[in-house]
Design a protein around this ligand. Sequence first.
Ligand SMILES: Nc1ncnc2c1ncn2[C@@H]1O[C@H](COP(=O)(O)OP(=O)(O)OP(=O)(O)O)[C@@H](O)[C@H]1O
Ligand SMILES: [Mg+2]
Length: 140
Amino acid sequence: MPQQEIILCDETGYPGVFARYAHFFAPGRIIFLRGDLGAGKTTFVRAVCTELAVEDLVSSPSFAILNVYHTPDFRIAHFDLFRLSAAHQLDEIGALDFLDALVFVEWPENCAGFFPDPDLEIAFEFARQDGRRLCLREGK
Ligand SMILES: Nc1ncnc2c1ncn2[C@@H]1O[C@H](COP(=O)(O)OP(=O)(O)OP(=O)(O)O)[C@@H](O)[C@H]1O
Ligand SMILES: [Mg+2]
């Protein structure tokens, strides 16, 4: 599995990451976002949505578990499993019906095995001077 590490001093680097991995940000793809609270996962989804001409407001789905956004051509399903207590909550919202969308999953470890293996996994870590280290791993 190809793996790549990228150091960013701030969030202005996210469009560059999008450009480099552009083919992953497409319908039917699933992307796992790992990393501690505040590591930058939602900010990254917001940046990708901007690049894909999404006009909806992109906010953290940590209470709702799922937010759905629309590009001109397809939808984006943004899951945050941080507050998930049981897999049946995902069944209730029909989570697997969104697999034809571009899917982002924050905190996928909170319901391991529920979603298919990701096409791309990005781990966000805090780095020096408020920056972030991203480790990108291609799957499947
Ligand atoms: N690459 C970056 N460099 C510096 N700051 C960043 C970077 N990415 C995000 N941030 C900042 O980190 C803060 C928290 O980001 P964000 O809400 O995206 O975290 P998160 O990983 O989604 O957290 P949670 O697990 O709580 O949902 C924001 O204030 C954002 O501006
Ligand atoms: Mg978040």
